[in-house]
Design a protein around this ligand. Structure first.
Ligand SMILES: CC(C)(COP(=O)([O-])OP(=O)([O-])OC[C@H]1O[C@@H](n2cnc3c(N)ncnc32)[C@H](O)[C@@H]1OP(=O)([O-])[O-])[C@@H](O)C(=O)NCCC(=O)NCCSC(=O)C[C@@](C)(O)CC(=O)[O-]
Length: 372
């Protein structure tokens, strides 16, 4: 067991904070309503299946099920991806408000401090009988331990309106590590035109390079970022793709497929340097522009990242759209099914906790759901 895999008493977390409460999720965009309860010991209790989905979510699932290759590869996903080009969910969000978490000079954006109505989603669509046992197994099989990846110094500070002085960032990182966090994402080596808040990444790394007892991965969007990160002393990097085309373009100014090609190059360089690479997939449940994202798209991008060599892929619920129902139903089963050899984590934001578990943990963090 590595130092990252610290046991955490999950039952205690649940018992202390998951309050029983009722909720109703409804949508005016389609005649759907999903209702249920968040239970102390499990997620959604019931669903009223009145959803009328006007795109073939089930069909896409079946397609992938049948197209999966005998050797376990996911050529079927590639086929599906090609066939679905231009696919758009006809669903839209009902958003009570959408307030970008940051003002940026450029158009790069991932910070969506959302507060929106949760709707019945394609992910809430009841899974067919043959999926059910595995889905249950996934839910009951988690987790023996929890891995926390603290991303505040990076994801948090990238959204600050005013510049945080470098020494304050370094002190924050030190204190987070002192508090026992074993992985603290320190900064990003991205374009300062896009994220001016993290323009001091080299100096931040200089301040934390000598720290021991924790890992300090950094985000690298391209080869240039990777090389600068290595020169600054980074010993682990992360690459970040998206399951949403719109988000990919807004965040890193390229399509999903271009980003994957770019990351292949970063990965090759990382292998030469012997550096571990973590992967992110943003918008795994929903995108602020595209609406709900098909799990197949998520599976496709996650698998690509794992295949190219990421030791772990974090599934980013970027705008906090995940609900217990979504988790219980097709979504994770589906993604896991096609990333069988991989290691997946669930990346959620404080929003999730606010809604479902009180601000138990007041940091954005990744949550180790299961090990495959
Ligand atoms: C990817 C690019 C660079 C493409 O940006 P671009 O404008 O398409 O690329 P470019 O190659 O034309 O470069 C533009 C300028 O940036 C420079 N440049 C180019 N690369 C670098 C670099 N590495 N470091 C420093 N500078 C760089 C480059 O030299 C050039 O400078 P100029 O010639 O105009 O003076 C840009 O879009 C970018 O930096 N985006 C980063 C956006 C970002 O950091 N978003 C937040 C992180 S992702 C996230 O938060 C999601 C996550 C991980 O938390 C999970 C979740 O919640 O979903």
């Amino acid at each position: 067991m590595s130092s990252l895999e610290e046991p955490m008493i999950f039952e205690r977390v649940r018992a202390a904070n998951f309050r029983r409460r009722s909720f109703t999720l409804s949508s005016s965009t389609h005649r759907g309503e999903v209702s249920g309860r968040i239970l102390d010991d499990g997620p959604v209790a019931s669903q009223s299946d009145q959803c009328s989905l006007n795109y073939s979510y089930r069909d896409s699932m079946d397609f992938i099920m049948t197209e999966r290759d005998n050797d376990g590869s996911c050529e079927g996903l590639d086929n599906w991806s090609r066939q679905q080009q231009g696919w758009k969910s006809s669903h839209t969000f009902l958003q009570r408000s959408r307030t970008p978490r940051c003002e940026r000079n450029g158009s790069g954006a991932t910070g969506y401090g959302h507060s929106f109505s949760t709707l019945s989603s394609p992910h809430d669509f009841p899974v067919s009988a043959r999926f059910r046992p595995s889905a249950r197994k996934i839910i009951t099989g988690i987790p023996k331990f929890v891995k926390i990846v603290e991303v505040g110094p990076r994801d948090g500070l990238q959204n600050e309106k005013s510049a945080v002085p470098t020494h304050v960032k370094v002190e924050l990182i030190k204190r987070l590590a002192d508090a026992g966090l074993k992985v603290v994402e320190a900064t990003s080596f991205v374009s300062p035109k896009w994220v001016p808040q993290l323009a001091d990444s080299k100096d931040v790394m200089a301040g934390v390079r000598s720290l021991t007892g924790a890992q300090f991965p950094v985000l690298t969007p391209n080869l240039r970022g990777f090389e600068e990160a290595v020169a600054a002393g980074a010993r682990e990097v992360a690459i970040f793709a998206s399951a949403s085309e719109a988000f990919s373009k807004k965040n890193i100014n390229c399509s999903i497929s271009d980003s994957l090609r770019r990351y292949e190059i970063v990965m090759e360089a990382a292998k030469r340097h012997g550096l571990p690479v973590r992967g992110y997939v943003s918008c795994v449940i929903a995108c602020p522009d595209e609406g709900f994202i098909a799990p197949a798209k998520v599976a496709y991008v996650a698998k690509k990242l794992l295949d190219m060599g990421c030791y772990e892929v974090s599934l980013g619920d970027t705008i906090g759209a995940g609900t217990p129902g979504i988790m219980q139903n097709a979504f994770f089963y589906f993604v896991i099914k096609y990333c069988q050899s991989g290691h997946l984590t669930y990346y959620f934001h404080q929003f999730y906790f606010d809604v479902y578990a009180e601000p138990l943990i007041c940091q954005e963090m990744s949550f180790l759901c299961w090990r495959l």
